[in-house]
Design a protein around this ligand. Structure first.
Ligand code: TXE
Length: 500
């Protein structure tokens, strides 16, 4: 990595990683290796081992042993907090390295990657407080003969499967909360973007996390991922990815040990814009909501639902914003929108753009690949004349493609917003408090934004309604997900005999 000049360049040679087992690196050895090319540059950047089933079993056994002997859950919250805080420092110290590899494997702009890493420091700092404040409850109202206590205990060994769109951020929305609760874990990142998960394992180790508390296995979803979701020594599984694989996770849990599940799946998220909104702000927010991370966010605002009286003018304002977005080399500081992360995703997005046109939608802006000589890029794309039966209006495209649908009444806006199997996120733009509250109450989504979009932080939980998932990550809610509750009944004084 050339850090001396302001313009970063891809590495000369791909960086070879091992995987992380029982507190130590295991080199790839004679295992097959997955070579990942940077989607922004088309050159190989990392080499990641394809773990075997034996590797996975060893990782699960290590996490199991570390949980069962209480080397982590038996510590005080203060001791766990100390490790999490030291990890936050470690991430800060290695922030530039993490952002660089994240950008190379994912294709997101380096400035964005840096900001995400900063956010992850905050996740660890916030979760360290939760390790100390996590508590149960007591019942002093059961009569003089009984005292009741409800304790929270860590669920056990947690499997964490993450996707390629936010490899480090999504991981850090889970790991500190899992560790704060006292659980141990086995993480499996996407085969496309494993580097920063492996780096985090090393940072945690250096911060004093006991061996075996966090293990990382690398490899494909269909082999190692599938074995992890079926594993009967995994007590809970946190899965983030497609709804199709989410369904397999539910089936695997039912067929194995009924492991507890946390699922964050797809979204087709509405942006509702009323004529009384600050339209300049709204146009900027809508462009950000679909342009950010090239629309490859589960919470991307991919459906613009706009009041008819301003619909055409507002679509023109959004198109104007699209025109000005700086798309290009992810390693360039000034880039706002980078490359499409995988070849398959690139083909999927271009397929939807073609389908939108063949189904009769009107292409208002974009719609084409951008040629920068290397890498794969798609222009932010805007479709008008969209009807609710079209695939581009219903299916998660996971790319920079925005559809516009007009509405006439508040009820109609809410009905269009809720006309989807998903319920991950939604935004409303209006200066009218009644409309804002009505829409916030009635639109089914786990995250809601009023006059903004895609904001977040460690305090507020993340998760979906309907087919967007189960459970919540982050905040106090996130740490509680990784606990189970025990009711303790304590008799006071002499027992009333059953047998006289
Ligand atoms: O996701 P997958 P993919 C959506 C998005 C995208 C599509 C496909 O629409 O176009 O999914 O992306 C692991 N058992 N989202 O193929 O396959 C896999 O290795 C266990 C939305 O990348 O769901 C990776 O670590 N694990 C989503 C993770 O699951 C399996 C974010 C996600 O991969 C597995 C990502 C199996 N059988 C994609 N198969 C969002 N909404 O945030 C795969 N995996």
């Amino acid at each position: 990595m050339d850090q001396s000049s302001t313009r970063l360049t891809p590495p000369e040679e791909p960086r070879a990683f091992g995987f992380f087992l029982d507190g130590a690196w295991v080199p790839a050895g004679d295992r097959e290796v997955f070579e990942r090319a940077s989607p922004g540059h088309g050159v190989p950047v990392t080499r990641i081992p394809k773990c075997t089933h034996e590797d996975l079993n060893a990782a699960v056994a290590s996490a199991r042993q570390a949980f069962d002997d209480r080397r982590w859950s038996g510590l005080s919250g203060a001791d766990r907090a100390a490790v999490l805080l030291k990890t936050a420092e470690g991430i800060r110290a290695r922030a530039e390295e993490i952002a660089y590899w994240e950008t190379l494997e994912n294709g997101k702009p380096i400035a964005q990657a840096r900001a995400e890493v900063g956010g992850c420091v905050g996740m660890f700092e916030y979760a360290s407080g939760l390790a100390r404040s996590l508590h149960g409850d007591s019942f002093n109202n059961l009569g003089d003969g009984m005292f009741g206590v409800v304790t929270r205990e860590p669920v056990g060994v947690v499997g964490v499967i993450t996707p390629w769109n936010f490899p480090f951020l999504i991981l850090c929305e889970r790991v500190p909360y899992i560790l704060a609760s006292g659980c141990t874990m086995v993480a499996k990142p996407s085969e496309m973007t494993s580097a920063t998960t492996l780096i985090l394992a090393e940072i945690l180790h250096d911060a004093g996390l006991p061996a075996g508390v966090m293990n990382v296995v690398t490899g494909s979803g269909s082999t190692i991922g599938q074995a992890l979701i079926e594993h009967d020594q995994i007590d809970m599984l946190s899965f983030t990815g497609s709804t199709a694989v989410g369904r397999r996770v539910v089936e695997a849990s039912g067929k194995s040990n009924f492991k507890k599940l946390g699922l964050e799946l797809g979204g087709k998220n509405p942006q509702i814009v009323f004529a009384d909104a600050d339209l300049e702000d709204a146009a900027d927010g809508v462009a950000f909501g679909i342009g950010f991370n090239t629309g490859q966010c589960c919470v991307s605002g991919s459906r613009l639902i706009v009041e008819r009286s301003v619909a055409d003018a507002f679509a023109a304002m959004v198109a104007e914003k699209f025109k000005k977005i700086r798309v290009g080399d992810p390693l360039d500081e000034a880039t706002q929108v980078g490359a499409i992360t995988t070849d398959a995703q690139n083909a999927t997005i271009m397929g939807y753009i073609e389908r939108g046109q063949s189904e009769g939608a009107k292409l208002l802006y974009g719609g084409a690949q951008l040629d920068f000589g290397r890498g794969q890029y798609i222009a932010p794309t805007l479709f008008g004349d969209v009807t609710s039966d079209m695939a581009i209006a219903r299916e998660e495209i996971f790319g920079p493609v925005l559809t516009v649908m007009p509405f006439d009444t508040v009820d109609e806006a809410i009905a269009i917003a809720n006309d989807t199997e998903y319920g991950l996120a939604a935004s409303v733009w209006t200066k009218n408090i009644d409309k804002a509250l009505m829409v916030t109450r009635r639109v089914q989504a786990g995250r809601f934004w009023v006059n903004t979009t895609l904001s977040g932080g460690p305090e507020l939980p993340i998760g979906g309604f309907k087919q967007s998932g189960w459970g919540r990550e982050a905040g106090i809610y996130g740490v509680e997900e990784y606990t189970q509750i025990k009711s303790v009944h304590i008799e006071i004084g002499k027992r009333t005999p059953w047998v006289e």
